[in-house]
Design a binder for this molecule. Structure first.
Ligand code: ASP
Length: 327
């Protein structure tokens, strides 16, 4: 078992404190795998299983674009995850609608939004990228395209998610969960392959009990995901409206272009989200980033956001992201 010593020390120290709300306000906390390839990084706990699938491809000289797709497909197929793919929590009318996008080293990208009844929106997004002249298909058009491409129609609403929705609907206050653990769990996954190329994928069922027709940041190139093979890549999780307002992931990549480390770029982008959103204390937004040299980082508004990383010197491991605020 290999472990990057710096990361080991850092995670051990956090573990020793053992407080999930630990804050590292704007600490210069850079995780790095500089010069090491391949690298895969993804959001939240479900990132561990997604990274494993991506790693099988990356460690055998595969391409980053194949790795990112294979990785997030695992999360999309997991019925126990209530924020991505099958099992995702529905909108306020009880319908599960999925959003996803993908981007490769050439800057090609594809996206689907408000897609119903298809297990793997990420693969439909890739098909949009590779088989059409367009970047984004939504709603019925996206579904018709998926069916024409041979994707099977499936029921995305599990019994558990249906029961949760019924309970929410029957509740008097119909509370919309605010931050973090209850409601924000998109998977975004970034990879740098052995050839030195970057790609990224992002897929979600969006905010629970969202308005019918609502689309968040996750399928929006530049907001929920951005890849520039000369610089780096970034993906986002959290309150999509705030990420869209800041064009979050494009911003992270632009900060890296200006010379900032991935960690610092994520911190600066979180600050921008805060500056542009008066309600920032009530929302969660988190970014992860990976640059061309294999350095990576992550940052969020509220403590409680983790990301998973794997590279040749580090086992698939969860890293507790620094945050702007404690819980
Ligand atoms: N960003 C997603 C959205 O707003 C939600 C999430 O990350 O959980 O749709």
């Amino acid at each position: 078992m290999h472990k990057n010593r710096r990361s080991f020390i850092k995670t051990s120290a956090l573990g020793a404190v053992g407080i999930p709300g630990i804050v590292s306000c704007f600490a210069n906390q850079t995780e790095t795998a500089e010069g090491i390839k391949p690298v895969v990084i993804s959001t939240w706990n479900h990132g561990i299983a997604a990274n494993e699938a991506a790693w099988k491809i990356l460690s055998t000289n595969g391409k980053a674009i194949d790795a990112v797709e294979a990785g997030v497909r695992i999360t999309e197929s997991d019925p126990t995850g209530q924020s991505v793919g099958i099992g995702g929590l529905p909108d306020m009318t009880g319908e599960v609608t999925l959003d996803a996008c993908i981007m490769n080293e050439a800057g090609d990208c594809g996206s689907v939004a408000y897609l119903k009844g298809i297990e793997h929106p990420i693969s439909v997004a890739r098909a949009v990228m590779e088989k059409t002249k367009h970047v984004m298909l939504v709603g019925d058009g996206a579904k018709d395209f998926a069916l024409a491409q041979g994707f099977p129609e499936v029921n995305l609403l599990t019994e558990k998610s249906k029961k949760d929705w019924e309970a929410w609907k029957a509740s008097e206050q119909k509370v919309l969960p605010k931050i973090n653990v209850e409601n924000h769990d998109t998977i975004g996954l970034l990879a740098l392959d052995k050839h030195g190329d970057l790609s990224g994928a992002c897929t979600t069922s969006g905010a629970a009990w969202k308005m019918k027709g609502r689309v968040g940041d996750s399928p929006i190139i530049g907001a929920g995901l951005y890849v520039d093979n000369e610089v780096g890549a970034s993906t986002a999780t959290g309150w999509g409206e705030a990420v869209i307002r800041a064009v979050g992931c494009f911003l992270v990549v632009e900060f890296m272009r200006q010379g900032h480390s991935p960690q610092k770029a994520c911190e600066l982008a979180v600050q921008r989200v805060i500056d542009k959103n008066p309600d920032w204390r009530d929302i969660q937004v988190g970014f992860i980033a990976l640059n061309k040299a294999g350095e990576y980082g992550g940052y969020c508004i509220h403590a409680g956001f983790d990301y998973a990383v794997q590279h040749p010197k580090l086992d698939n491991q969860m890293i507790k992201s620094g945050s702007r605020m404690s819980l």
